[in-house]
Design a protein around this ligand. Sequence first.
Ligand SMILES: Nc1nc2c(c(=O)[nH]1)N[C@H]1C(S)=C(S)[C@@H](COP(=O)(O)OP(=O)(O)OC[C@H]3O[C@@H](n4cnc5c(=O)[nH]c(N)nc54)[C@H](O)[C@@H]3O)O[C@H]1N2
Ligand SMILES: Nc1nc2c(c(=O)[nH]1)N[C@H]1C(S)=C(S)[C@@H](COP(=O)(O)OP(=O)(O)OC[C@H]3O[C@@H](n4cnc5c(=O)[nH]c(N)nc54)[C@H](O)[C@@H]3O)O[C@H]1N2
Ligand code: SF4
Ligand SMILES: [Mo]
Length: 693
Amino acid sequence: MIEIKKSICPYDCPSTCGFLMEVEDGRIIRVKNDPDHPVSCNGICRKTQHYEKDIYSKDRILTPLKRAGAKGSGIFAPISWEEAVREITDRWKAIIEESGPEAILPWNYSGVMSDIQRKCGDAFFNRMGAARLVQTLCSPAKGAGYASVAGKTGCLDPHELMDSDMYIIWGSNMAATRLQALVDLNRTENRGKRKILIDTYANPAARYFDETICIKAGTDGALALAMMHVLEEEGLSDQAFLLDYTEGYGVFRETLAAYTPEWAQEETGIPADRIRRLAREYAAAKAPAIILGSGNSRYGNGGMTVRLIVILSLFTGAWKQPGGGLCGCTPIDRPYVDMDRILRPDFRKNPARSLNINQTASALALSGKDAVRSFYVYGGNPANTVSNQEGVIEGLNREDLFTVVHERFMTETALYADIVLPATFSVEQHDIYRSYGYCTLGTAWPVIDPPGECKSDWDTFCLLARAMGYEEDYFKQTAEEMLLDILNHPTAAVEALPEDKKKILKSGGSIAMPYSDHLKVGTPSGRFRIVNEEMAEPVPRYIPSYGNKREETEGTKALASEMNSDENRYPLHLIASPSVYTLNSEFRDREDLLKGRGPQKLIIHTEDAAARGILDGEEITAYNDLAAVAFQAVVSDRIARGNVVCEGVYRRDQCRGGKAFNALTHERLSDLAEGTTMNDNMVEIRRLTYAGQ
Ligand SMILES: Nc1nc2c(c(=O)[nH]1)N[C@H]1C(S)=C(S)[C@@H](COP(=O)(O)OP(=O)(O)OC[C@H]3O[C@@H](n4cnc5c(=O)[nH]c(N)nc54)[C@H](O)[C@@H]3O)O[C@H]1N2
Ligand SMILES: Nc1nc2c(c(=O)[nH]1)N[C@H]1C(S)=C(S)[C@@H](COP(=O)(O)OP(=O)(O)OC[C@H]3O[C@@H](n4cnc5c(=O)[nH]c(N)nc54)[C@H](O)[C@@H]3O)O[C@H]1N2
Ligand code: SF4
Ligand SMILES: [Mo]
């Protein structure tokens, strides 16, 4: 008999789709979209249409493993959970005794984007007093830039975009990352509405839009300022809205005179008259929506760039109109889940040092009394996803570092573990999921039993807690009890829901939450803050990214002095774009998906390639002070000159020379929120030459 069960997509994706799973004899035989789900009624992406292939992959880790060869050799022997837990906790007790709990560094990021399984480790490591990981890998500069202007105001939920009359898709590869919204944008009702992509290259979503404007990496702030210059110069800004709903407009407006389209042309590479036309088109629309991706926030000036784009979205008063304003930041303006019940900040008795996730290599290189002595990785793959990949590997290779990795697959990181613990898939665990791209909330009960000896993060932390002697009741609950505890202690947002929606949450499924009121401005004054006195730079202005810094000016000295790259030596901006076939380092077990992606490629402008004698399809090396990495060249004229783009995260062992993209990225942080600057690195490229050539 076939049973149909509901589940929720756990991956780091703004859609948080719902699944219907066909289960026969305890085995998932088919995965479909849940047509009742507010977002996945549009369908699910190619990655999860065969989610069962990942769940039943032959590559899954099914038992705890202990290293039986050199670090990185991949030689492991199976052990029991009892042995694994004893070994881990004996080592931890000794380390805590000798060096204190801060010598243990947990590392967790976006493997599963739920609240319980993803976050339960915080309670455990709070109780332990371990070092804290500053989790700013994805796009924190975007969040901070948005909040500096809009505070807690919710931006547009993508469903509201049906009412917009023009779309500017700004730095988002929607074909990969916002598929459901892309489908909505292309519905019949939206035909004829202008759709313009502003991106470093014509990404895979470009063909769904009317036009692509290619921009030099990291210069979007200059474009936004020049657009506002034109709006002011031509009397197109909405004075009444700016005076009623914002603060600091007068002061900021004075600064706009200098940001002419001709000036911006120099920075961005976009012709001045195109900038003028774009500003006029934007002003002529009644309810234009800017759909802001994360790409342009991953720069040394990323926070400022986002501030300027958010301010631009206010200039024509679009926020007053249904569908007008800004989409792509957080649409949620109130808590859906009482997170402290899961995180348990009260368990922490010591302040503990903080180490930034983007500087994992540096953290693992600390020595003496500051050394990290044990590294516990769950829901992440630092050996591939963070900056300075070679530095991270060097750290993981340290004989005196005791590394535990809780994983579903033998990732680059797991290869260096002393102990590997087998992890469950989302369909084998209880959880609650808040979307980060829509106003939705959902709960999921397990669909199948875990295979082999796989255990969830929750169950693993409870086992480790018992062996560490932690007596708190928290660690004696099951994940289901935790889920019920959350549902029994609803936040005001959930309490206010009608009974039928609450019932869905109690039995497993997803619901739409109300959109936020975009004009109920969530700042202390109730106005958007164009000028924000709480910021280090109260009045927003153009600051160049690391890669675009040509000369040192007062105020940028600190940034400039951190620059390792020299414009002339490394003239090309290296950018990471998401792949439609994979999601960060997930789905790399899937031959069918990998086939579509091919080898690690680098997209290069025709003239940049010609200047270096590089032909389409040739093997090339990209290099800078950190490393040299092999790519296959994709020569194109649909990319801004000076930019080079790689789509997707590749397995190191599938790259020639064993190095992937992040071997070329520095540990420098963004201007706001200590975020990644993954897109703000310079390289030079050359044809790959072999010995003797
Ligand atoms: N299939 C798939 N889906 C994914 C992911 C994936 O890897 N694959 N990743 C997931 C994750 S972790 C996240 S955070 C979200 C992100 O999803 P979004 O927030 O929608 O952002 P991205 O699509 O990552 O944005 C990348 C785009 O930004 C562009 N870009 C880079 N620098 C600049 C710049 O300076 N200016 C401009 N204008 N554009 C720039 C890149 O060229 C690229 O097209 O997507 C998630 N969804
Ligand atoms: N070159 C390049 N680098 C990037 C990006 C890029 O586009 N290009 N994207 C960046 C972005 S936006 C992000 S958010 C980061 C993401 O970086 P990471 O958080 O490191 O994400 P993943 O690579 O997806 O690794 C997640 C791992 O968690 C495991 N996992 C899944 N579910 C569970 C679970 O329930 N329990 C446990 N214990 N493990 C589980 C998966 O098997 C997978 O190996 O990468 C960043 N790095
Ligand atoms: S990865 Fe994104 S688009 Fe694909 S099913 Fe999951 S939430 Fe939906
Ligand atoms: Mo991300």
